[in-house]
Ligand binder design. Structure first.
Ligand code: PLP
Length: 401
């Protein structure tokens, strides 16, 4: 008998499981709106031209070898990543008080940051928004932190519960860590305004709460890299400390390459170098050093003016297609006279719309229309196209009436 005979079958991941179910469906009209990955108008995955170009350059460069990277990753990549998120002229970078390590995409950056805090930070409670990306509570629990939540979304308005958020952060113990979606909040698509960010910042700094930004969608929300990083830069500008996890999965379409970075902005250069020395002790026994290829692609693009500009154009066109899908879906629902206010579809930003459909309605749409999404009613706008909008609108129509 197997020594593993006692092991029970684990449930599928609630997000990745949607795709598993989709793949089993034989219907020609099936539609996968569960996956958080960009698709073209034709429903195909997209490799950016500028990424192909960078890969070609890397392949042609005979001097390149496959040696291990240092524990902290590719130095150029780290420098350029910090500039991308904090800004070219960031005082924190100029003062050498930022340490950046290359990590395994957004998830790995969050995990390394979480492990570091669990080991070295005095307050082991992290507050995450309610709701949030399903992996957050698991990542931080395994990192040894105690996970609590703050109010974020108001189902009545399908917008921000700003008062609730301020109340919960105001009641958090001083020094607590606060996980913040830098932009394009997943799953709700609801972000605070700049004025609201300023109030959140003032409150958090006055209470000594430590911000941990999760930036998985820089450039994807508005189409502009700088606007999407603005909340983070507001927190850096006040001189305080913070962590930021960056992912290149969505904004460079490098999903499977697992490219990301963790930056910790410290009070001064001395603290930053000590923090970096401890980050290395977190990383070494976890995976030794990060992979070379994806980071080389990113560094190649970010350090070349022309390629950087080309990337921005391609990024903007992905963001624009998503925004256009919002408008098409909104119009299609209105033209069917579906009851209710659907304006949140065009107000929410980023890859996802939090439709407000309940688990029963979602199950109905999957069963009757072969449309797949997470049971919380989140749909990926990137998975839609002009040709599939009518099918989705029909399904929503049938589900709500
Ligand atoms: N954080 C949020 C909010 C996300 O939505 C995602 C991806 O879906 C990630 C982090 C991490 O993604 P990855 O590890 O692929 O970079």
């Amino acid at each position: 008998d197997s020594v593993f005979a006692h092991i029970v079958l684990a449930p599928e991941d609630p997000i990745l499981g949607v795709t598993v179910a989709y793949n089993k469906d034989q219907s020609p009209v099936k539609l996968n709106l569960g996956v958080g990955a960009y698709r073209t108008e034709e429903g195909k995955p997209l490799v950016l031209n500028v990424v192909r170009k960078a890969e070609q350059l890397l392949v042609n460069d005979q001097s390149r070898v496959k040696e291990y990277l240092p524990i902290t990753g590719l130095a150029d990549f780290n420098k350029l990543s910090a500039k991308l998120i904090f800004g070219d002229d960031s005082p924190a970078i100029q003062e050498n008080r930022v340490t950046t390590v290359q990590s395994l995409s957004g998830t790995g950056s969050l995990r390394v940051g979480g492990e570091f805090l669990g080991k070295h930070y005095h307050e082991r409670t992290i507050y995450i928004p309610q709701p949030t990306w399903g992996n957050h509570p698991k990542i931080f629990t395994l990192a040894g932190l105690s996970v609590k939540s703050y109010r974020y979304y108001n189902p009545q308005t399908k917008g921000l519960d700003f008062e609730g958020m301020l109340e919960d952060l105001g009641a958090a113990p001083s020094g607590a860590i606060v996980l913040i979606h830098a932009c394009a909040h997943n799953p709700t698509g609801v972000d605070p305004t700049v004025e609201q960010w300023e109030q959140i910042r003032t409150l958090m700094r006055s209470k000594g709460l430590l911000p941990f930004f999760d930036s998985a969608y820089q450039g994807f929300a508005s189409g502009n890299l700088d606007s999407d990083a603005q909340p983070i830069r507001m927190f850096v500008a006040d001189g305080g400390e913070l962590l930021a996890a960056q992912s290149y999965a969505k904004n460079m379409g490098l999903y499977g390459e697992r490219v990301g970075a963790l930056s910790i902005v410290c009070r001064n250069a001395d603290v930053a170098s000590k923090v970096e020395s401890q980050l290395k002790l977190v990383i070494r026994p976890m995976y030794s050093s990060p992979p070379l290829h994806g980071a080389s692609i990113v560094a190649t693009i970010l350090k070349d003016r022309n390629m950087y500009d080309e990337w921005k154009v391609e990024l903007k066109s992905m963001a624009d297609r998503i925004i256009s899908m919002r408008h098409q879906l909104f119009d299609a629902l209105n033209s069917r006279g579906i009851p209710g206010d659907w304006s949140h579809i065009i107000k929410q930003i980023g890859m996802f719309t939090f439709t407000g459909l309940n688990p029963e309605q979602v199950a109905f749409m999957t069963k009757e229309f072969h449309i797949y999404m997470t049971s919380d009613g989140r749909i990926s706008m990137a998975g839609l196209s002009s040709s599939t909008v009518p099918h989705l609108a029909d399904a929503i129509h049938a589900a709500v009436t």
